[in-house]
Design a protein around this ligand. Structure first.
Ligand code: PGA
Length: 249
């Protein structure tokens, strides 16, 4: 039984004060919800405030990135232990915006996933093909490589602690969602690949879909066998909209 995960990625939006205001509006809207895991990923400076505002609610907090070292002379970077200390339990790793604008590659993503696991954080490993890769018939090759290289040296035991997020780059922030069928095709493929890598443990890894998820398309996506949740950008910024996504059932 794979418990659904609904995660909000706030990207570079919301100050600490705005994140606390979100929590105040959001928690009453999801007070009766059970059987799902809810995660919110604010910018680094809001992690502590948001964690405090959500305390006791069961809603978890993620960072949007981490560095792979535990400490050191890395100006501008933040370690897994630091985000954990601030209250995060999860961290997004390898989001396509980081791969595109900050030169992250599969090797650095792998180092970050391993560092997050070592620090006791749940990594949300993002992967997905660009439009030209999809149009060139390379979507499956690309996600297969991103998975294989992103999880190098991660054991089956550790795999149980990972979340995967399939986010086709052409669907992020564009309003152009993959159809439930297109998403299911890739999710099913990723699950089969994870089974090859980790055996049965691989079959249990939850795979979230991301890319223009909205209150009115979440139910159709979640109805698909291998879609275990969503990583939501724009539609997670308002308490009302994200609560509707959380209450998709
Ligand atoms: P979007 O972003 O929902 O705004 O398309 C998703 C993401 O980048 O995680």
């Amino acid at each position: 039984m794979r418990v659904p995960v609904l995660a909000g990625n706030w990207k570079m939006y919301k100050t600490a004060g705005e994140s606390a205001a979100f929590a105040k509006g959001f928690l009453p809207l999801v007070a009766g919800v059970s059987g799902v895991e809810i995660v919110l990923a604010p910018p680094f400076p809001s992690i502590a405030t948001l964690s405090a505002a959500l305390k006791g609610s069961g809603v978890r907090v993620a960072s949007q990135n981490v560095h792979f070292a535990s400490e050191g002379a890395y100006t501008g970077e933040v370690s897994p232990a630091m985000v954990k200390d601030a209250g995060a339990t999860h961290c997004i790793i390898g989001h396509s915006e980081r791969r595109q604008y900050f030169a992250e590659d599969d090797a650095s993503v792998n180092r970050k996933v391993r560092a997050a696991l070592a620090a006791g954080l749940t990594p949300i490993l993002c992967l997905g093909e660009t439009l030209s890769e999809r149009e060139g018939g390379k979507a499956f090759d690309v996600v297969s490589r991103q998975l294989r290289d992103g999880v190098r040296e991660i054991s089956a035991g550790e795999a149980a602690k990972i979340l995967l997020a399939y986010e086709p780059v052409w669907a992020i922030g564009t309003g152009k969602t993959a159809t439930p069928e297109q998403a299911q095709e890739v999710h099913g493929f990723l699950r089969a690949r994870m089974k090859e890598i980790w055996g049965e443990a691989g079959a249990n890894v939850r795979v979230l879909y991301g890319g223009s998820v909205k209150p009115d398309n979440i139910a159709a996506l979640m109805a698909k066998e291998d879609i275990d949740g969503a990583l939501v950008g724009g539609a997670s910024l308002s308490p009302e909209s994200f609560a509707r996504i959380v209450k998709f059932q």
